[in-house]
Design a protein around this ligand. Structure first.
Ligand SMILES: [Zn+2]
Ligand SMILES: [Zn+2]
Ligand SMILES: [Zn+2]
Length: 139
């Protein structure tokens, strides 16, 4: 054979154009390979972001931010690593009631105003307004 074609595929970061070689993987395998290496693959929009440039969007207020997941978490984001568009910005908290499993999402000050008793160490162990009330009544 006089010709040989080498086919190589790269996943490119839409933000900084860093490339990741995935050999001759199919689209789907390329995404899996990239995800294994900490890349964000947005299947819907066909975008890819390197581990330093994840795009997250608060599903409660549409605020967006860019950065490495660790960096974003340090800044107060609550990141859903499988679905970065379901992340929560630093202003929005997902509280769950430890008694009745009711949950709510919103800025802490609003939730507190509505009567939530917020457990800052573990938001999933907070108390919803109704359970706070019930507790008071049984005292
Ligand atoms: Zn990048
Ligand atoms: Zn938000
Ligand atoms: Zn409750």
């Amino acid at each position: 054979m006089s010709y040989r074609e080498i086919y190589e595929r790269y996943v490119i970061c839409d933000k900084c154009h860093t490339s990741l070689s995935v050999d001759d993987a199919t689209d789907e395998d390329a995404d899996n390979e990239a995800a294994d290496r900490g890349w964000q693959c947005d299947g819907l929009q066909g975008r890819h972001y390197c581990p330093l440039h994840w795009h997250v969007e608060c599903h409660d207020c549409d605020v967006t931010d860019v950065g490495s997941p660790d960096e974003l978490e340090a800044a107060g984001w609550h990141i859903d690593r499988d679905y970065p568009c379901d992340s929560l910005c630093p202003n929005h908290r997902h509280l769950a009631c430890r008694e009745c499993r009711k949950w709510d999402v919103g800025p802490l000050h609003r939730l507190e105003y509505e009567g939530w008793q917020v457990n800052a160490d573990d938001f999933k162990k907070s108390l919803c307004p109704e359970c706070v009330k019930n507790k008071k009544e049984t005292k």
